[in-house]
Design a protein around this ligand. Structure first.
Ligand SMILES: [Zn+2]
Length: 510
């Protein structure tokens, strides 16, 4: 007798292979068999006729580093079918925090992911952070990238200047230690201070360390607007120079005058003499700190210095001048679900709240999104957080991707015939697991794989989270199983928290 038997579902296994009707047996936390399992008995049988059975979604682009400590049930992620989250994206990491780091300054710098101000940060190393996370027992599996911001905060502080060769070596040492401890790779966020002050020599030095471990380097590019292609070219160049596998984060082109450049960016990726891929989420708006719109020099010295500077009318004039050719229109920038009135309101908000103001910015094209979604090198990542509408993380008006990314892909883009179900599932499961360099069966619905799997109703699946009312769970996610334990049962959270802190396979070359 096995633990769980899912009978008669339409199985899509995450490889891109055609869907087929089959039974799935789960026991001892693993998938035991897939096929015609008539005659097999189980402690629990789920009739899945007419429904989709697929691997759990591997969210390669998550910012739940702190959210999961506050919301270990991982409500907004697990309820859309995410069973693994890759933390630490966009350079916005929370470790390592060696003694010389000004932890308060780093916390302000990564304000975008600081969703629960009541949380303590008791860790120093990445291993310490992962211990804290494991003790919180999240419902989802996690992997962690090392953020470029903590590396720079530890070594160069918050000054607007490139690192010296000695400082590059010290950052490389910190990075290597975190990779030894099991980090999945490195991420940078070249719009976020102090990572935005890094030059290409620094990026190449860090990429070379990542390459030695065979891990991934995820890039929030310096510019997704007028400089998109230059920025993609830089990531490709660093990847080629270092041999580092590279993931371009949330590939998009912002600002109407840049529409159409995503196809050109994809051609640069294809032409790369290196393994370069990208992630994307299926929305026509992005989200980041409002302060990210400021020119880099305005962040010199960290958040308190930036806020003080914004009270100086001459500084405001310089920023207004820098904004003269901006790609965005103010009414397309929402704060708390409301369009901004103009630059004065934006500057006042940043001066008052620093990096703690999140914006949602429109200005993307559906054609660009479709080009990214259709490309085989592009996988899905939510760029969101695990939020709980009833807890401290349920405040404000965040981007709806934290609740609806994956159901939106299935309802809107598969539903309209833009992607096949097999390809969509591959982009959410097998492809991101492969990008991360996880073991062969990760992200697949195959005998022997960890039993992270979903039963979805494709007739009713839909994201119900909107830009004005984001804190809403999707419809159509019937059953979510993590490591063989049912977490979402008939659409409701069972309270189970069976996730594991995962580390990539240890393969180090010297
Ligand atoms: Zn991100």
């Amino acid at each position: 007798m096995t633990d769980l038997l899912i009978r008669g579902g339409l199985v899509v296994d995450g490889t891109g292979a055609p869907a087929r009707t089959a039974d799935v047996a789960v026991g001892h936390g693993r998938i035991e068999a897939v096929g015609d399992l008539a005659g097999l008995t189980a402690a629990r049988v789920v009739a899945a006729g007419g429904r989709l059975v697929c691997p759990g979604f591997v969210d390669v682009h998550s910012h739940s580093d702190l959210a999961l400590l506050s919301n270990p049930e991982a409500h907004s992620k697990i309820r859309q079918g995410v069973t693994t989250e890759v933390l630490g994206n966009c350079g916005l990491g929370v470790s390592p925090l060696p003694p010389q780091t000004d932890a308060a300054a780093l916390r302000a710098a990564v304000g975008f992911i600081d969703v629960d101000p009541a949380l303590a940060w008791p860790w120093r190393t990445l291993a310490d952070y992962q211990e804290t996370l494991a003790a919180a027992r999240p419902a989802v599996n996690t992997l962690s990238l090392v953020g470029h911001l903590p590396l720079r905060a530890a070594v160069t502080g918050f000054a607007d200047r490139p690192a010296t060769p000695g400082e590059r070596a010290r950052m490389s040492d910190l990075l290597a230690r975190a990779l030894d401890e099991g980090a999945a790779g490195l991420s940078t966020g070249l719009i976020y201070a102090p990572a935005c002050y890094a030059d290409e020599a620094e990026l190449t030095a860090l990429a070379t360390v990542v390459a030695r471990y065979g891990r991934i380097f995820a890039w929030h590019l310096r510019d997704y607007a007028d400089g998109l292609l230059t920025s993609v070219a830089q990531a490709v160049r660093v990847s080629e120079a270092s041999g580092c596998r590279t993931q371009i984060s949330h590939l998009t082109a912002v600002g109407r005058r840049n529409w159409g450049t995503v196809a050109e960016a994809l051609r640069l990726i294809e032409a790369a003499d290196a393994d370069v891929r990208a992630d994307v989420y299926p929305y026509l708006a992005g989200s980041a700190n409002l302060s990210q719109l400021l020119p880099g020099w305005a962040h010199d010295g960290g958040e308190p210095a930036m806020r003080a500077r914004l009270r100086d009318p001459r500084v405001r004039d310089r920023i207004r001048a820098a904004w003269a050719g901006r790609w965005w229109a103010w009414p397309d920038v929402l704060v708390e679900g409301r369009p901004l009135g103009g630059e004065d309101e934006a500057l006042d908000l940043i001066a008052e709240h620093g990096n703690g103001v999140a914006m949602v910015a429109f200005g993307r094209s559906e054609d660009d999104l479709l080009a990214a979604l259709a490309h085989p090198a592009v996988v899905i990542g939510s760029d969101g957080f695990a939020l709980d509408p009833d807890g401290p993380t349920g405040r404000g008006t965040p981007h709806p991707r934290s609740y609806g990314c994956y159901p939106r892909l299935l309802h809107h883009y598969v539903g309209q015939g833009r992607l096949t179900i097999e390809e969509a599932v591959r982009k959410c499961t097998g492809a991101p697991a492969e990008l991360l360099g996880l073991s062969g069966l990760s992200g697949l619905l195959r005998p022997g794989a960890a039993a992270d799997l979903l039963v979805l109703d494709l007739e009713t699946i839909e994201d119900l989270s909107s830009f004005t009312h984001p804190h809403r769970y999707p419809a159509g996610v019937d059953l979510v199983v993590v490591n063989g334990t049912v977490v979402i049962d008939d659409g409701d959270h069972t309270g189970a928290r069976p996730g594991r802190v995962q580390r990539p396979l240890m393969e180090v070359t010297t």
